[in-house]
Structures are given as structure tokens and as C-alpha cells.
Ligand binder design. Structure first.
Ligand SMILES: Cc1cc2nc3c(=O)[nH]c(=O)nc-3n(C[C@H](O)[C@H](O)[C@H](O)COP(=O)(O)O)c2cc1C
Length: 231
């Protein structure tokens, strides 16, 4: 085992550890616009859903040296954005948008993606995405003690766009239709096709079973494919 404090290592090394160890990371495909109305699209994998009430997601944008990336600058000028989920079929078009381009470049156009007006936010969304979440920025937290700083954004999800093919019974999303991709380290990605189930154990007050006996007795009843449980 290696044991060391973050402070003993270069930040580039820590970056590699974070993106190599915290895997796979979901990808927020984020649309923003400048005050002047210039649209922007870029992917961010320091991303997750962080709360369902209020419905909230979060992602982080690391400055490019001493300059903010277009996404951070845009949200500072217009505090709304649309987050899309990247399906396998959109992977290459997403990759076109991650280049270090000047702010004048419209990534929608370059990637061949169709902008359509947001419903409740004044930011375009990607028509081809199976999932789009229109968000209002609620918090911007600047991180870091020296450049490159980062902006951690929290956004409240105000409005959903879900492709009809995604919905299963009882509001569940079909992962085999969504085919979301995840980010690994470097330029590697993963698919979400290889999944397995594990039922969550419950031993209520007054139930005499031990955890071990619970699992022994529930193996046959709640084995792979058993009934699901939320959160
Ligand atoms: C899959 C993927 C995930 C990325 N995740 C992040 C991230 O979490 N934070 C970040 O600052 N940059 C991330 N990047 C790099 C940005 O997408 C890239 O810097 C982009 O040019 C920023 O665009 P903008 O200047 O239009 O905002 C990621 C790139 C890819 C391809």
C-alpha cells in the first residue's frame, strides 16, 4: 500500500488519482449561453445528482489556467443551464464539443446537434438527447487557494425532457434504452450495460434475526432478480 498526504504530491498527480479512482463518473453535457446569447455546450464528469428534494445536481468546472472556461463564465452572466445525459449514440458528438475552442465557436453547430429553446430557462437544449434537465443555478462555490481555481455549481432541476422510449412501469428509466456512458481516466469511457442487483437488507425493531441469518434466509427469496427497493 502507498500512504501519503495530498499535500506531498503535485496537483497533476492528484488529478490523475481522482479521475482514475473515482470511476465511472457520469457525464453532464451542459448547455449554457452568454449574456449576449452565444450558446455553448461542453461535457463535465465531476458531476452527480446530489439531492431529490429539492431536485438538485452539481458539477465542477476547473478554470483553464487563470481563465474561466466558457461554461463558468456563461453561468456567471446568465445563471441557467441545461444538463443532458450522454447516450452511446451521442458519444462522438459529445467529444467534438470538449475542445479548447474560443468563445465564438458554437459547439451545437460543430457537433451537428440541434438547439431547441428551453421551456422554462432561456438556454437552448440538445434536441437529440434522450434526457435534458433545465436547471437554475442555486450556488456557485469557488474552490482552490491558487490557480487553476474551480467553480462548483449546484443547480435546481426545474423541468425535464424525457424521450418516450425511456419510461418503464412505475416511473423507472430503462437503462438499456438510455445507454448512458461514463468517464474513466484519460480518454477512456465505459458503457452501462453490465449490471447486477443486490437487495437491501432490512431488520426491523423487534426482529430477532441477526444480519448473518437474515442473509442466509433471504438468499433464495431475494436472489438476483428479486424485487427492487428505492434508496
Ligand atoms: C467526458 C469529459 C468530461 C470532462 N469533465 C470535466 C470536468 O468535470 N471539469 C472540467 O473543468 N472539464 C472537464 N472536461 C473538459 C471540458 O469539457 C473542456 O475543458 C471544455 O473545452 C470546456 O468547454 P467550455 O470552455 O466551452 O466551457 C471534460 C471533458 C470530457 C471529454
Amino acid at each position: 500500500m502507498a500512504h501519503f498526504a495530498c499535500a506531498e504530491r503535485e496537483s497533476t498527480e492528484i488529478y490523475k488519482l481522482i479521475i482514475g479512482c473515482i470511476v465511472p463518473r457520469p457525464i453532464a453535457f451542459v448547455a449554457t449561453r452568454s449574456a449576449a446569447g452565444q450558446p455553448n455546450l461542453a461535457p463535465f464528469s465531476f458531476f452527480n445528482g446530489v439531492c431529490s428534494n429539492p431536485p438538485t445536481l452539481a458539477f465542477s468546472v476547473i478554470d483553464r489556467g487563470t481563465r474561466m472556461k466558457d461554461t463558468s463564465r456563461n453561468i456567471g452572466e446568465h445563471p441557467e443551464f441545461v444538463v443532458h445525459i450522454v447516450s452511446e449514440s451521442m458519444a462522438e458528438r459529445m467529444n467534438v464539443t470538449c475542445g479548447d475552442y474560443g468563445a465564438h465557436i458554437d459547439e451545437f453547430k460543430e457537433a451537428g446537434l440541434t438547439p431547441v429553446p428551453g421551456t422554462v430557462v432561456d438556454v437552448p437544449r440538445v434536441q437529440e438527447a434522450l434526457v435534458a434537465m433545465e436547471c437554475r443555478m442555486t450556488h456557485q462555490i469557488r474552490l482552490g487557494a491558487k490557480p487553476p481555481y474551480a467553480s462548483h455549481f449546484l443547480g435546481e432541476i426545474l423541468y425535464w425532457h424525457l424521450d418516450d422510449t425511456l419510461l418503464l412501469e412505475r416511473g423507472r428509466i430503462d437503462p438499456d434504452v438510455l445507454k448512458a456512458i461514463g468517464r474513466m481516466a484519460d480518454v477512456e469511457y465505459t458503457r452501462t450495460r453490465d449490471r447486477f442487483r443486490m437487495e437491501r437488507p432490512v431488520i426491523g425493531e423487534g426482529d430477532p434475526r441477526s444480519v448473518a441469518s437474515y442473509f442466509a434466509s433471504s438468499k433464495s427469496a431475494h436472489g438476483p432478480g428479486g424485487k427492487g427497493r428505492s434508496n
